[in-house]
Design a protein around this ligand. Structure first.
Ligand code: MG
Length: 330
């Protein structure tokens, strides 16, 4: 028997997070999960209805009726890992190597030579840019990133179209294209057009993951899976990486710092297990939001998170002090 408690929170974006979401407060809940054996673990439930997630209210209503969404299932899985570490008085940082994160930029205007020199000096090797604000400006920004000798990840959030994408890519000089590590969700998933896109550049799949005909496919029309432990069954994703010879990038879900460290913990664990198959992570998403008491506990040395205080995903005192409402089953 599992008992759920929840504590609502709001995150305040500093700027526009992507082309689909304006800069309004983001709502989610932290979940405290308690098992019959007394184990207690924490996780973050942060839906993005803009990208097809079931709304927070509906996921909680379903849970009250005893039905778990895919996201809630992941919360339980992550909370169980967290609970085990807390029981053993261990942190997600124990026994694993730190993993590098990409530098996330949501507005291409930020990409100027001085800024790039700075992040390179800090030790970042990969920059991820959210696309779709202004393709011309973004193309120019790419040249700067390439000139600075950084690798580039582009994310179109499946908002583009094949024709626009093809035109965009053919205007990117080959010397710049060589710096693109991959393009994420260039446009809505379609086996044939994604195969064509793959001829131009390495492709990563993120939000389009559920549209893939995994059972009938012989060859994947993408090279990388963006694994989001917040919503995706991680073991299944990793077995697909092995079967189709793909790499994986583990990322947080533009969510609460608890979600950030849950994802980071998985990233470090998978890196230890799979080595080269795991690319730089994408867990530096807390910097998209105004600082709060939780994110104030996060610190980094260049692309690496520093070890946080506490057990499991950390925040022991803060989590202990939160008001928790029991989630009553209907
Ligand atoms: Mg993405």
């Amino acid at each position: 028997m599992i008992q759920f408690f929840f504590s609502p929170y709001k995150l305040k974006p500093i700027g526009n997070l992507n082309a689909a979401s304006p800069a309004t407060d983001r709502e989610g809940v932290l979940l405290k999960v308690q098992w019959a054996d007394g184990a207690v673990g924490y996780a973050d439930l942060h839906p993005w209805p803009e990208f097809g997630d079931i709304s927070l209210a509906d996921q909680l209503a379903d849970l009250r009726r005893g039905r778990m969404s895919a996201q809630v299932e992941q919360c339980v899985w992550l909370a169980r890992k967290d609970a085990q570490l807390r029981k053993d008085k261990k942190s997600i940082f124990d026994g694993v190597d730190k993993i590098k994160n990409n530098y996330l930029v949501t507005d291409y205007k930020k990409i100027q030579p001085g800024f790039l020199d700075e992040i390179k000096k800090e030790g970042f090797s990969t920059l991820k840019l959210k696309m779709g604000h202004n393709l011309q400006g973004e193309a120019a920004a790419l040249s700067h990133v390439a000139a600075a000798g950084l690798k580039i990840r582009l994310d179109f959030n499946a908002l583009g179209r094949w024709q626009i994408f093809e035109k965009f890519m053919s205007n990117v000089p080959l010397t710049v294209r060589a710096h693109i590590e991959y393009v994420e969700d260039p446009f809505p998933f379609d086996t044939n057009t994604w195969q064509d896109a793959q001829k131009l550049v390495r492709i990563a799949i993120d939000s389009q993951y559920d549209k893939v005909p995994w059972q009938t496919m012989n060859h994947a029309p993408f090279d990388v899976i963006v694994v989001k432990p917040a919503k995706m069954d991680v073991d299944t994703a990793m077995s697909r990486c092995e079967k189709f010879n793909l790499k994986a990038t583990i990322t947080s879900y533009m969510d609460h710092p608890v979600g950030v460290l849950s994802a980071l913990g998985i990233a470090m664990e998978l890196k230890k297990k799979y080595g080269e198959m795991i690319l730089d992570a994408g867990c530096f998403t807390h910097r998209l939001f105004q600082m709060d008491v939780f994110s104030a506990e996060l610190s980094n040395q260049g692309p690496y998170f520093m070890k946080t205080k506490g057990t499991g995903v950390g925040f022991d005192d803060l989590l202990g002090a939160l008001p928790w409402q029991p989630l009553k089953l209907n």
